[in-house]
Write a protein of this length. Structure first.
Length: 366
């Protein structure tokens, strides 16, 4: 490409600030931070997903829009940023002008990691400050490196583009790198892998903050699949539970996530981390907010929802694949969690979903 193509967000500043008047409650403020040298889609993808949430689905159906996010586009100095494909993006504001942010998404930069970090020394303290103020910080593709350089990912799960996996392991050995995952979340820090997993990251956050149905509507309106649970290879994200720092309970959560369809006893789980059963139950609830049995039930319901969204024809088969033999119990449990029977849920959501995740695919193929 000989010339430079411009995507100009600078004129959208006034419109973005007026979005709040369209909603009864407070919108969620998102800042997408542009960095040079990366693929522009790692910024534009999330911008369009967040902007579309609550808007495009209703617009296409002739209904009143219900915007859920107010998106602002920033760069380090407020000047235009040129990506790897000679696409220049013009931001609305400089990083120092940001007054409110619930979520900050750092776009990809180049693969020359040390040089990029040296070019932008103010990004790291900026991210640390906003994380300390309660903002969720997300890194897309190579943008994850700025979170790692800030020390935010020390002792935390993280992913990035597979091509720089070995490099980041050497640069940031304190991070628990999971380059096989598309998206990770740990302590209000989110990371996505290769370039277009930035869309997975944004849809995951739409579901997290606005609910599954809004994310499905957004996915359908944009004609993109819901977040994948399979290869770059998958998610290191648990679909429930709060953030905590109890490493032994985190180990159990990982084990339960992989084997939730099996019979998992308190005895087995507590023995796995060398605890007495009563102490294990107490610590598990303190860390996750749920007793182990309720936690496993929620995981099973999440898997069932995926299978039903894919249009699974047999409720009995879904019931068996997630670990239940009693279909009447499963129906009651599912309705308690979702407010709908499995059949009602399938009828409502199966037609909205595009390709689904491996969590369901693996169970269906078993």
């Amino acid at each position: 490409m000989d010339g430079v193509v411009k995507a100009d967000f600078s004129g959208a500043k006034r419109e973005a600030l007026q979005d709040a008047s369209l909603i009864g409650g407070r919108v969620i403020d998102v800042v997408v931070l542009l960095l040079d040298g990366g693929y522009a889609s790692t910024a534009i993808g999330p911008i369009e997903v967040f902007h579309s949430a609550g808007r495009l689905w209703h617009q296409l159906r002739g209904e009143a829009e219900q915007p859920r996010f107010r998106v602002q586009v920033a760069s380090v100095d407020g000047k235009g940023v040129t990506g790897s494909c000679a696409l220049e993006i013009m931001p609305q504001l400089a990083m120092s002008d940001i007054e409110r942010a619930d979520i900050i998404v750092v776009s990809a930069s180049g693969t020359d990691l040390k040089e990029r970090i040296a070019q932008h020394p103010t990004v790291m303290p900026f991210l640390k400050e906003w994380h300390a103020r309660g903002a969720y910080i997300a890194g897309s593709c190579t943008g994850v490196v700025f979170l790692a350089e800030a020390g935010l990912l020390d002792g935390r799960r993280a992913t990035t583009h597979w091509a720089i996996a070995q490099q980041v392991r050497e640069l940031y050995p304190k991070v628990i790198w999971r380059p096989e995952e598309f998206v990770t979340e740990d302590n209000a820090l989110l990371c996505s892998g290769g370039v277009y997993s930035a869309i997975d990251l944004a849809l995951y956050m739409v579901a997290k903050f606005c609910g599954h149905e809004i994310a499905l509507q957004c996915s359908r309106a944009l004609l993109v699949s819901m977040p994948r649970h399979s290869c770059q290879s998958g998610y290191a994200v648990l679909p429930l539970g709060r953030q905590h720092s109890d490493d032994k309970i985190r180990e159990v959560e990982e084990h339960v996530r992989q084997h939730f369809h099996r019979d998992l006893s308190i005895e087995e789980l507590s023995r796995r981390v060398g605890m007495g059963q009563r102490n294990f139950i107490r610590r598990f609830k303190a860390a996750t907010g749920e007793v182990p049995g309720a936690y496993i039930q929620a995981l099973r319901v999440a898997a069932a929802k995926e299978m039903l969204e894919r249009g699974a024809t047999s409720i009995q088969r879904v019931c068996g694949k997630i670990g239940y033999g009693d279909i009447a119990f499963f129906r009651r449990l599912f309705k308690r969690h979702t407010g709908m029977t499995p059949g009602e849920y399938r009828a409502r959501f199966a037609k909205m979903s595009l390709e689904r995740g491996a969590m369901a695919r693996e169970l269906e193929a078993a």
